[in-house]
Design a binder for this molecule. Structure first.
Ligand code: HEM
Length: 503
């Protein structure tokens, strides 16, 4: 037999064997395993993971919705065992009742260390506590609220609205996700470090290099969680190959930007005191320049990628729900009439608080598209979760906020529908348990920027919607693809055509 045909036959046999192997593993994986405790489905063998990692959120959502307690065990090579859950009781257990047993842990911290260092998102114990305490003072002040209001109003009036006016006049297509990221980036830099990078200045393309480097660093760092062999990134990193080479370069650019902020601010240390978040950290002379850089990067991540993600999905959802848009516009008109305002005037903090329906519409968008769709912790010592599932020492545990928004057991039969009304009672926006809706996390590590985020998101949504109509330039009825980075972004952005409303 000729060598070429022998090769073809061998190739064919390997191909068939691979698929038989996957089939058998899948059958095995779908059986139930018991460990002396309550039984639970076992998922996530290597082939399963490889076949589904590009659609990780949909895959895990489907698995969890089939599990009796919306909880499953996940196994991967390299002794990676863990639990994934969409069960509110388990979320409460890990984030609050048994908080000390579920830190971020070494695995999580190692994967993100190059990008986030020891910043608040990537630290545990005393290092986390001190950052949380220092930052909390700043987030609790009334002056911060006013500062955020002033800065949002400035960014809206002088940058965002003119860009939209210009686009409407020239009938161009805008990537609205990119615009929202630039807005949020300018805003967080001003509020946290008193620096205005002016990324949304001009035609909205300034500062592109840093923005791209930050985006790459976040995408590539989160990509490390998706390696088939979890520690293989170490070899790639050591050899400076492929994605690790790119990551190194993008992190260097991010560091350059953050270092510049620190240098400038340290030089000013003696002149100015305590006027923003960074000055509180600089005031402690024990904090090294490197640690300050980690703090800066964590806050940029917190402020830039979350509100822009939430608003991108919100505007996209709204584009197919004219009835929701109309109700928002009616609410805005009522508030304007009551307060003697006209379109284009800045809304005050109290006026923003009156926007219950808008609040509900944004909250509902984040239920289906949470900016932080997965959160992972490590287990310090063996434990039994509230549904009886065993979790071992050093296992990971992830709660999937994305899946939780799509669980019938949590939200009822209409869980997959976008319905702001589910958040309204007697015309007022009502809160839900943060364990059922852990979009802002819950317990001692709950998001510090929640109020600030709502001020920003409601101000943007109100100002944009009352002046402009948005046509999303995408195939009708097709959902945008998501990009699973550290936050949930839209793959390819959100292309829109803007039209000025006739009033
Ligand atoms: C829609 C907007 C936002 C959402 C959905 C959101 C969500 C979250 C989530 C899920 C966490 C927990 C992350 C983890 O521990 O792994 C978190 C933590 C945090 N967020 Fe937000 N966030 C938002 C906006 C903001 C903003 C604008 C800031 C302001 C800078 C901020 C500051 C923080 C900080 C400092 C933490 C760390 C808390 C800690 O570990 O103690 N967030 N956020």
């Amino acid at each position: 037999m000729e060598v070429a045909s022998l090769q073809t036959i061998l190739l064919f046999i390997s191909f068939i064997s691979f698929y038989v192997y996957i089939f058998l593993l899948r059958r095995k994986a779908n059986k139930t395993a018991t460990h002396g405790f309550k039984s639970y489905p076992l998922v996530g063998t290597l082939p399963d993971f490889l076949l589904n990692r590009h659609r990780f959120l949909d895959w895990t959502t489907a698995i969890l919705s089939r599990c009796p307690t919306n909880t499953a065990v996940f196994r991967r090579p390299g002794k990676i065992h863990g639990v994934i859950t969409a069960n509110p009781q388990i979320v409460e257990h890990m984030l609050k009742s048994n908080f000390d047993n579920f830190p971020k842990g070494v695995r999580f911290r190692t994967l993100l260390e190059d990008f986030l260092g020891e910043g608040i998102f990537n630290s545990d114990g005393d290092l986390w506590k001190i950052q949380r305490k220092t930052a909390s003072y700043e987030f609790n002040t009334k002056s911060l609220r006013n500062f955020v209001m002033e800065n949002v109003a400035f960014e809206l009036k002088t940058r965002l609205i003119p860009i939209l006016e210009n686009s409407a006049r020239n009938d161009t297509v805008l990537d609205f996700q990119d615009i929202l990221e630039r807005f949020a980036f300018d805003n967080i830099c001003k509020v946290a470090f008193n620096v205005d990078p002016g990324c949304l200045g001009g035609d909205g393309t300034v500062g592109g290099e840093f923005m791209r480097a930050f985006e790459d660093a976040a995408n590539l760092s989160s990509g490390r969680f998706m390696y088939a062999l979890p520690s293989s990134f170490i070899i790639k990193k050591f050899l400076n190959l492929g994605s690790e080479k790119k990551l190194r370069k993008s992190i260097a650019k991010v560091h350059e930007f953050a270092d510049k902020i620190i240098r400038t601010r340290m030089e000013e240390r003696s002149e100015k005191k305590d006027e923003d978040l960074l000055s509180r950290f600089i005031a402690n002379t024990e904090n090294s320049a490197e640690f300050l850089r980690d703090i800066v990067i964590s806050f940029i991540l917190a402020g830039r990628d979350t509100t822009s993600s939430a608003l991108s999905w919100f505007f996209w959802l709204l584009s197919s729900k004219p009835e929701v848009e109309l109700k928002i516009l009616q609410e805005l008109e009522n508030i304007r009439l009551q307060n003697g305002k006209t379109i284009g005037d800045t809304y005050s903090f109290d006026e923003l608080r009156e926007m219950h329906y808008l609040q509900a519409s944004i909250t509902e968008a984040m239920r289906l598209y949470p900016p932080v769709p997965i959160d992972t912790k490590a287990c310090n010592k063996d434990d039994i979760l509230p549904d009886g599932t065993f979790i071992g020492k050093n296992w990971f545990i992830s709660y999937l906020t994305f899946a939780m928004g799509r669980m019938e057991s949590v939200w009822g039969k209409d869980c997959c529908e976008y319905k702001p009304e589910r958040w309204i009672e007697n015309g007022i926006w009502k809160q839900e348990s943060p364990f059922k809706y852990p979009v802002f996390h819950a317990g001692p590590r709950m998001c510090l920027g929640k109020d600030m985020a709502f001020i920003q998101m409601k101000s943007i949504a109100a100002s944009v919607l009352e002046r402009f109509g948005m046509d999303v330039v995408m195939e009708k009825g097709k959902s945008p693809e998501y990009l699973l980075s550290l936050t949930l972004r839209m793959k390819g952005g959100l292309p829109v055509k803007v039209k000025e409303r006739i009033v």
